[in-house]
Design a protein. Structure first.
Length: 431
């Protein structure tokens, strides 16, 4: 399929983990006072079309389970405000860290990622196949980059550096965490991997930070069927606190993919190249309650139970941002064991030095913009690591889906093994 190079969407995740150092040889310049450790990479694992990988199927489904579980934890504190997060941005670097987690905590981390019962080798293979599916092609709307920023006073384990490059396309970059250089390096890397759209992600590092793992996801695409801007009209949106006037986009006619049951109305808006944005309007619950109760099984039910119908969608243009300071608490609640300072579960798996290593802080900033032409979305996640010693009835009449009250959205793309892979979730309480 021909790819569309026009920019309209963006997703970036930056995960900072505080842990490692560079391999001592074979580096190249990445900018002022920055070196990149060269590790020769294997090719990403291309799916053998016609034969799916059972472990990759399980990992992909687990990533979607993780997406809804994380969203449910995070939305608890969203109040009446808008909310957006990127669960996949957190899932992917945590999957890479399975390779550095000690034996006592590895199974718990896999379970938290929705990958219980599969091995470290399985999740590496699954992640590689995901990356191939999501990013293959010269004009793919989704770009993913990974990196490890490594302090000068520690030594990154060569085995981890190799696995991170082979299966996650993660490069290793030398920085000095005792100076402003590390902050500038991470911010410059984020900007370079998002066409300059994400800047100044990091303000400072904890003095105990010795490394950072970063993941940038860049998405850009237009709608396969753009809204006619001349039909966009002003109307009233019933926000939780007060009614407000917003601009509603209109889509109507035959052949609309539509779902309805006793709880929701739902429609996918497809992108020109790949993936889509599901709009899910609750009938009685609040949008926060709906997202909190959403599961991958119910999302599959919505997708599989949709029918072609005639009707009308009114959807407000919206642009929202979220800063999630409690990401660490949410990940701990999901059972991610890497934040336990006493257990220090990353000790011995990432750096050569005899230091106790653990995740210490996690934060995410995310944004999404939806208009007549397409979607722009961005998310930045920072995780620091410290070191010490049944189907719906088919519509019988034209439907009306009027999104003039809070609703849920889910942005996804496709993988060969797992089908729709969830990248963004969120709620719109106030366009």
């Amino acid at each position: 399929m021909k790819k569309n190079p026009a920019f309209l969407g963006l997703l970036i995740c930056l995960c900072v983990i505080g842990l490692f150092a560079a391999c001592s040889s074979d580096v190249q310049n990445y900018g002022d006072s920055i070196n990149v450790v060269k590790v020769n990479a294997k090719e990403l694992l291309a799916p053998d079309y016609g034969e799916q990988d059972s472990a990759a199927i399980k990992a992909a489904a687990g990533a979607n389970d993780f997406a809804f579980s994380l969203s449910a934890e995070l939305v608890k504190n969203s109040g009446n405000g808008n909310f957006v997060c990127s669960p996949y941005s957190a899932w992917l670097p945590l999957a890479a860290l399975v390779n550095a987690t000690d034996t006592q905590n590895k199974a718990a981390l896999l379970t938290a990622l929705g990958a219980s019962g599969i091995t470290e080798a399985d999740i590496n293979r699954a992640s590689s196949r995901m990356l191939y599916s999501l990013t293959n092609g010269n004009y793919n709307p989704l770009k993913i980059a990974n990196a490890i920023f490594v302090g000068n006073n520690v030594t990154l384990k060569k085995d981890f550096a190799q696995v991170f490059m082979d299966f996650y396309r993660g490069s290793s970059i030398n920085v000095d965490f005792s100076s402003r250089e590390a902050v500038d390096a991470v911010n410059r890397w984020a900007s370079n991997n998002t066409n300059g759209l994400i800047k100044n992600v990091i303000r400072e590092f904890n003095p105990r930070t010795v490394a950072a793992i970063a993941n940038a996801i860049y998405f850009s695409d237009r709608w396969s069927r753009e809204f006619n801007s001349s039909q966009t009209k002003e109307g009233v949106f019933h926000a939780p606190r007060t009614d407000t006037k917003v601009s509603f986009m209109l889509r109507e006619g035959d052949g609309q993919t539509y779902y309805e049951d006793s709880k929701v109305q739902a429609m996918p808006l497809y992108f020109k190249d790949s993936g889509g944005l599901y709009i899910i309007l609750p009938k009685t619950d609040t949008a926060a309650d709906l997202l909190s109760s959403m599961t991958n099984n119910y999302f599959n039910e919505i997708r599989n139970g949709s029918v072609q119908a005639t009707g009308k969608l009114l959807l407000p243009r919206f642009s929202i941002e979220s800063t999630i300071d409690d990401l660490k608490e949410a990940l701990v609640a999901l059972g991610v064991p890497l934040f336990d300072e006493e257990a220090a579960p990353l000790t011995g798996g990432l750096i050569e030095e005899p230091l106790s290593v653990f995740l210490s802080k996690a934060i995410q900033k995310a944004a999404i913009k939806v208009d007549e032409k397409g979607t722009t979305a961005a998310a930045v996640t920072v995780i620091e690591v410290g070191a010490t010693s049944a189907g719906p009835p088919e519509p019988t009449k034209p439907f009306e889906m009027i999104c003039n009250k809070p609703f849920v959205f889910i942005l996804y793309d496709y993988t060969y093994d797992g089908g729709r892979q969830i990248l963004f979730t969120g709620i719109v309480n106030q366009p």
